[in-house]
Design a protein around this ligand. Sequence first.
Ligand SMILES: Cc1cc2nc3c(=O)[nH]c(=O)nc-3n(C[C@H](O)[C@H](O)[C@H](O)COP(=O)(O)OP(=O)(O)OC[C@H]3O[C@@H](n4cnc5c(N)ncnc54)[C@H](O)[C@@H]3O)c2cc1C
Length: 473
Amino acid sequence: MIGGGLAGLSSGVALAEAGLRVHLLEKRPHLGGRATSYWLPNGEHVDNCQHVTLGCCTNLDDFYRRVGAAHKIRTYDRLLFADAAGHRGVIEASPLAPPFHLAPSFAMFPSLTWADKRAIARAMLIIARSGGRPRDLDSEGGMTMLDWLRRHGQTPGSIELFWSVVLVSALDEQLGRADARYGVDVFWKGFLANRNGFRLGIPSVPLGELYDGCRAAIERRRGEVDLRAGVREIHVAEDYVACIRLENGKELTADFYLAAVPHDVLPALLPPAVAEREPVFANLRHLRTAPITGVHFWFDRLVMSEPYLTVLGQTTQWIFNKSQLYAMPAEQTGQNGEPSSSGQYLQLVISASYDLVPRSRQEIIELCRRELLEILPAVREAQLLKATVIKETAATFSPEPGCDRWRPAQRSPLGNLFLGGDWTATGWPATMEGAVRSGYLAAEAILAVAGDPRKLLQPDLPVERGSRWLVGA
Ligand SMILES: Cc1cc2nc3c(=O)[nH]c(=O)nc-3n(C[C@H](O)[C@H](O)[C@H](O)COP(=O)(O)OP(=O)(O)OC[C@H]3O[C@@H](n4cnc5c(N)ncnc54)[C@H](O)[C@@H]3O)c2cc1C
């Protein structure tokens, strides 16, 4: 198994539990791939970037339970929003049945006009009535989300302050570049089909600590996990993998091989003739990538009381109050679950951050700090002790219209090579849920070839009665 990101880990754990002996090879000194954290030389633990999940991510949820990490994810039933004018908005479920459960809080939402809200309600009804598959998307492939929203009369305010706010971070893409099917699916599964779909999950520990149980789950069944074990080459003979060669020169053989590395890494591991000849591998070059920028601020005092805020109409999209999210047990904390020391660590996240990529780190820090002054007035009095910018220029693949053509199934054209990764065909955009789905699908494919077929993929949350009725109506 090559790659210890979520795809490789979920597949490895599921296969080990099914009785296979797994040998997982990860190039870096830690597990978790893009969804991980690392230690700074000064001893601080920093997430590669804040990661969040939603209630509709049923496979990720299953994976966290398998590896004993579910209790390290804190669930928030109220979505908190802030705009530059200082307004705060809350979206939370009412007793109404889905798809109307969020409607009362949405009706009270500041920042949007009644014209915006009417337009959004109309589009939501189209999504709900079609069960997440509006007819104009079935018949016309390749439409962007922006085109779909304009076609359905969405106001500029609703696009900027609602649709973009949710979708740019869920898809890591701008609405004018994202396939409308992915965008519509987010609203159907997250906000309309089931009342728990929108619940926000945020790790209460550094990301790396979520994977502590993975090694144990694999080793318990006589498997191995090797870190700093980069694979250099996959040797192929007569359409089968013959062996893999590690960067340290060691050769390893197995009955089955899973390549769970990023899509732009895989072709370079294969013999050039195979990578060029097989469309599955050659087409990976068509998958484009999108950036994400994380900005870390350490202030000398408390400037924020909420655990996180989703920001409307600004460059900054999310502010995470890391001090509070990592809150220690009650006896060590002050009010609001803050550590009793007076400083505060915030992390800001900007998805599809194309405009920031060419800008200097100092410019980005100044831009984000200016925005914070409006959203969190206490920043005016606070001293910024330290700031860091992490630009991931190729954070995820871009879910642009037509990209599904280039996303391969988990069974490859080579008899004993299987593929995992958020970029494989899962029907999901590049997310932790997509990565785990790919891992489970790859494990199902391996077990089927091994003569022990099993179902690992978890079903979506059930469509609740009100939404079922509306789809049938
Ligand atoms: C900045 C950022 C923020 C994100 N935020 C979110 C979020 O909030 N919510 C969400 O759901 N998703 C988020 N994502 C997406 C999510 O992180 C990914 O979709 C998911 O982690 C991908 O998992 P993976 O296993 O497919 O790939 P990866 O995590 O990339 O794993 C691949 C692994 O293969 C290893 N590898 C590479 N080459 C070799 C080799 N030659 N030999 C051995 N090992 C090798 C790598 O080191 C890596 O560990 C974010 C991504 C980024 C970058």
